[in-house]
Ligand binder design. Structure first.
Ligand code: ADP
Ligand code: MG
Length: 267
C-alpha cells in the first residue's frame, strides 16, 4: 500500500507554515528514514499519514484512501504511529491492557487479538511485564510499551517518531530488531530520526527535510554522502561515512561492514 503525498502544505493556527509543498511517494514495504534539523517539519508531515493533521492544501493518500475523506479511526487500521513521547500515548493501568487496546479497537477477533498481542510483547521483550503499570517502568521500557501497542495493531504501515532519542545502546539494538522484523513481514516502516548511525544501519531510503521541504531523497548510500547539502539541515553523515571520504574510498560507506569491505577491496 503506497503513501502518495501531493503538494502538501500545512499551516498551524499560529500562522507558521511547517510543511511547504511536499510531494513524495512512499512505496509499500519500503524502509524510509526521515532526517532533518529540529523544526524541519518531520513530525508535522507524518501526522498527516494517520489523519492527526489535515492538509491546509494538497493531499495525502494511504492506498486508495484520501486522508481528508477518511476518519482517524479508519486510518488506524492502515497506519500505526508511535509517538516520540510515550507519555502522550500510554493511558492504561497495565502493559497487557495497553497493548490489547489497539487490536481490540480495530474489531479483530479475540483469537487474532491474543495472537497479535503475544507477538508484539515477544518482539519488544515485554512478555514478563504484562501486569506492570507502564508508569512504574523506566522510560526505556515505556518506549517499548508504546512500540508494542502499535505493532499489535498489525498495520501495513508503521511510523516511529524519534524512537532512539534518549535510549541506551541495548534498547537501540532492541528497536533495530523490531524494525528488522517488521521489514521481514513486508511492512512499510517510516522512521524519523536524529541518530544518523541508526539511520545508516537500518534504512535503505533517506528523505532529508529542511524548512518544510524535501532537501534530498534517495538511497541512503547516495544521500549520506552529500555532506555539504545535508549540512543545510544540520545533519552530519555518519562518522564512518566521513572517515571513508577522507580516506578517499571510491564508494560512500554507511556502516562497519561496508567500510571494512571497501578497505579490503582497496588493499
Ligand atoms: N502545535 C503546534 N503549533 C504551532 N507550531 C507548531 C506546532 N507543532 C510544531 N510547530 C512548529 O512547526 C515547525 C515544524 O515542527 P515539527 O514538525 O515538530 O518539526 P520536527 O519534527 O522536524 O522537529 C516548527 O517550527 C515548530 O515549532
Ligand atoms: Mg519531531
Amino acid at each position: 500500500m503506497n503513501i502518495e503525498i501531493k503538494d502538501l502544505r500545512f499551516t498551524y493556527p499560529t500562522g507558521l507554515e511547517a510543511v511547504s509543498g511536499i510531494s513524495l511517494t512512499l512505496e509499500a514495504g519500503e524502509q524510509v528514514a526521515i532526517v532533518g534539523q529540529n523544526g524541519a517539519g518531520k513530525t508535522t508531515l507524518v501526522r498527516h499519514f494517520n489523519g492527526l493533521l489535515q492538509p491546509t492544501s494538497g493531499s495525502v493518500k494511504i492506498g486508495d484512501w484520501d486522508t481528508k475523506k477518511t476518519s482517524v479511526a479508519k486510518l488506524a487500521s492502515r497506519v500505526g504511529y508511535v509517538f516520540q513521547n510515550p507519555d502522550e500515548q500510554l493511558f492504561s493501568r497495565d502493559v497487557l491492557t495497553e497493548v490489547t487496546f489497539g487490536p481490540r479497537n480495530l474489531g479483530y477477533s479475540k483469537e487474532k487479538t491474543d495472537g497479535l498481542v503475544e507477538r508484539a510483547l515477544a518482539l519488544t521483550e515485554l512478555s514478563d511485564k504484562t501486569e506492570t503499570n507502564p508508569y512504574d517502568l523506566s522510560p526505556t521500557w515505556r518506549k517499548m510499551v508504546a512500540l508494542a501497542s502499535i505493532i499489535a495493531m498489525d498495520t501495513p504501515i508503521v511510523i516511529f517518531d524519534e524512537p532512539t532519542t534518549g535510549q541506551d545502546a541495548v534498547n537501540v539494538a532492541r528497536i533495530a530488531n523490531v524494525i528488522a522484523e517488521l521489514q521481514k513481514e513486508g511492512k512499510t516502516v517510516i522512521t524519523i530520526t536524529h541518530d544518523i548511525d541508526f539511520c545508516a544501519e537500518n534504512f535503505e531510503r533517506v528523505v532529508a527535510l529542511s524548512k518544510g521541504q524535501v532537501l534530498l531523497d534517495g538511497p541512503a548510500r547516495e544521500i549520506l554522502g552529500q555532506e555539504e547539502i545535508l549540512a543545510q539541515t544540520y545533519v552530519e553523515p555518519p562518522q564512518l561515512t566521513r572517515l571513508g571520504k577522507r580516506l578517499r574510498l571510491k564508494e560512500t560507506v554507511r556502516n562497519q561492514e561496508e567500510f571494512l569491505n571497501a578497505i579490503a577491496r582497496r588493499a
